[in-house]
Design a protein around this ligand. Sequence first.
Ligand SMILES: Nc1nc2c(ncn2[C@@H]2O[C@H](COP(=O)(O)OP(=O)(O)O)[C@@H](O)[C@H]2O)c(=O)[nH]1
Ligand SMILES: [Mg+2]
Length: 318
Amino acid sequence: MFKDVPIIRGDMIIEKAFRRASKINFPDKKIPFEIKIREKEMARVEVASQVINSMLEKVVKRYPSFEYLDPFYREMVDITVSLDELKHNIGALSWAMKTIQRIKNETIRKMKRTKSIDRLDKLRREAYGRYISVLKKIGKNMEFLNNAREKLKQIPEVKSCYTIVIAGMPNVGKSTVLHALTGAEPEVQTYPFTTKGINIGYFEYKHNDIQVIDTPGLLDRRFEERNEIELKAVLALRHLADLIIFIIDPSETCGYSLEEQFSLLEDIKNMEIPLIVCQNKSDLRYIENVKIKISAKSGDIDSLKREVFKRLDVELDQ
Ligand SMILES: Nc1nc2c(ncn2[C@@H]2O[C@H](COP(=O)(O)OP(=O)(O)O)[C@@H](O)[C@H]2O)c(=O)[nH]1
Ligand SMILES: [Mg+2]
């Protein structure tokens, strides 16, 4: 989504604008010399302003309108660069466009009025100087936007179809379950704020695309242990998840005790998202109080699939 936002720099813009403007000439011999000079200088001021504004506008226009963004995506943007700051910096570009426009209008008006041919060149130079100073004023804003663009490009591109998010402590078998559910190798994307990859896979159920997401680093640790950014990211998942599959490893070969795993389950329950709890690695060991029992490694996930399909039948019928 942010891949189309161009990179901008003040010196690049100025160079392009003035180069274009300097190419303007009126070779038509019939026009009197005086008018030719006047028209030329006015056209230069005009064209330079157009080039600058169209480059700024490309940036402003390519940003999606944040009000209509998918809520998960919007929260991710907010976590990554802060929506307020992003809006503020885009706003600075709009201010610059208006100011350039105003300088141009003022200058053209003066150029039309002036009697002295010599003054035209001076007026144009003045306008150019003011264009440069406007762009200098938004130098920091452009820098912010260039950096933001790099980070925003990394926000995972999730679809807005029915979405299942897989949760559970590290090494309980989340990625293995994702693979078993969706067959294909999952797409790996990264979040801008951690080095961990998010895995996304799809399967089709009764002609509906179902998205399955494994979010390493997010739903695999007690919420109280999290920093602010991670917590926000966890909470952003509320907007995305239609169903959470929570995986328990009763063999504890994952390195976490059952007690630890059930405490995380309490946090996840508090998110108030429909939940399926499922024990994996049942080839090694299983417990009595969790009904759904699978062994994802050997592809034995039928009981989980049956439960998922049961929920889908209810949800997708509506
Ligand atoms: N014995 C056994 N091992 C499993 C099973 N499912 C996953 N594992 C193993 O558990 C380890 C962690 O699995 P992984 O899917 O990477 O866990 P994640 O960190 O939760 O994504 C890997 O070595 C898997 O091969 C299972 O059903 N039985
Ligand atoms: Mg994994």
